[in-house]
Ligand binder design. Structure first.
Ligand code: F6P
Length: 362
């Protein structure tokens, strides 16, 4: 990773220069990422004032999982939608806050891409002033017809053309990849621009941290339990323990581990055999962060194989997630292979894209 040297490179310039490498590029893609950067600035402007304005607090409505929505979630969701609905760059959208596909109003016209986003991830942290984030990913539309369809949204992660996140922390940063490395930009609030601060981020070889909700240990499978003991240097041969860091806001935990090295895990468990897949949403969280981690030299797995190979079956499906330095993630896979055959029997149909008849996601 190199810092931004002495050149002042704005996010617009960086995206534009990257696209210049492709003579066939029309500029659509550049503008789409700029639209996301603008949405991020508008959301950042509200998150930093969240304690002051009456926008903070929970609404009476619930999202599709029965979780209470924070007002800032609704604001972020609306902002991203409004930055993207009229541009003729998108054919459809999907948001973690909406059950179904979000259509583009036909009078605006349709484009060739689809956008998936989690407007404010980790929003339970808003009221306690901890980091929160926005996650987004972009697929190329491949079906016929002008309108984007569910099939366009439910593509495998390995077909992503771009992904990124914004972290609203002690400063606001936007990190993105278009498959040519991972680049990070810090918002200068004085001038309202994202400036290149972390070019070509690579996850460090020497990992420092593991991040997991340790309070769930009771429900973990035997393999995951042993694996976490291995991370702690208790199980297995002679290595130092990793430090434990978990704030419960995946963008925050992911960002720290990307810059410092380590692993984030939210495993599946056996608490309820009809739900062996854990908590993290494949289409709104896992795919995007997996693409970024792999572009930074790391790896992302559901414990059985690459996240980016999973054939999605529904917009809000959940997936176990192990995300970080490649050797740490591979080690998790090997513990699961050795000790968690019972769990794998329940989980593998999901990975293959089957949605077992009687099982309702939730
Ligand atoms: O998936 C949403 C999310 O808020 C993530 O950002 C975060 O990592 C996780 O849930 C926290 O879940 P828990 O409170 O169960 O540890």
């Amino acid at each position: 990773m190199t810092q931004g040297k002495h050149r002042l490179v704005t996010i617009e310039r960086h995206i534009f220069e990257q696209q210049q490498r492709f003579p066939q590029a029309t500029g659509t893609f550049t503008k789409m990422l700029q639209d996301m950067a603008l949405a991020a600035k508008i959301i950042a402007n509200q998150t930093t004032r969240a304690g002051l304005t009456n926008i903070i607090g929970a609404t009476d409505t619930e999202n599709v999982f029965g979780e209470r929505q924070q007002k800032l979630d609704l604001f972020a969701d609306r902002t991203i939608y409004e930055m993207n609905d009229h541009t003729r760059r998108l054919a459809a959208m999907a948001s973690e806050e909406h059950e179904d596909i979000i259509d583009i109003p036909p009078h605006y016209g349709f484009g060739n891409y689809v956008l998936l986003y989690d407007p404010l991830d980790g929003s339970s942290n808003i009221d306690v002033n901890a980091s929160i984030g926005t996650i987004f990913s972009i697929h190329r539309k491949y079906t016929r017809g002008e309108r984007g369809t569910m099939e366009d949204l439910l593509q495998e992660g390995k077909r992503l053309v771009a992904a990124g996140y914004v972290i609203y922390g002690s400063s606001t940063m936007m990190v993105y990849t278009t498959g040519q490395g991972v680049h990070g930009f810090t918002l200068d609030p004085g001038i309202g621009e994202f400036i290149l601060s972390h070019e070509n981020i690579r996850v460090p070889d020497q990992p420092k941290y593991y991040s997991v909700n340790q309070g769930n240990e009771k429900y973990w499978t035997p393999g995951v339990r042993r694996y976490v003991k291995w991370l702690q240097g208790i199980e297995g041969e002679g290595h130092d323990p990793l430090g434990h860091r978990y704030i419960g806001s995946m963008v925050g935990d992911f960002h720290r581990n990307l810059l410092r090295g380590g692993i984030f895990l939210y495993p599946g468990d056996l608490q309820d055999k009809s739900k062996p897949y854990g908590k993290i949403r494949l289409m709104f969280e896992a795919q995007a962060l997996a693409f970024i981690m792999e572009q930074a030299g790391g790896y992302a797995s559901d414990g059985a194989g690459d996240i980016l190979d999973i054939r999605p079956h529904s917009l809000h499906q959940r997936v176990p997630l192990f995300l970080g330095n490649t050797d740490l993630v591979r080690k998790a896979e090997s513990y699961i292979r050795d000790y968690d055959q019972e769990w794998l029997v329940h989980y593998l149909p999901y990975r293959r894209g089957e949605k077992p008849e009687k099982v309702k996601q939730g």
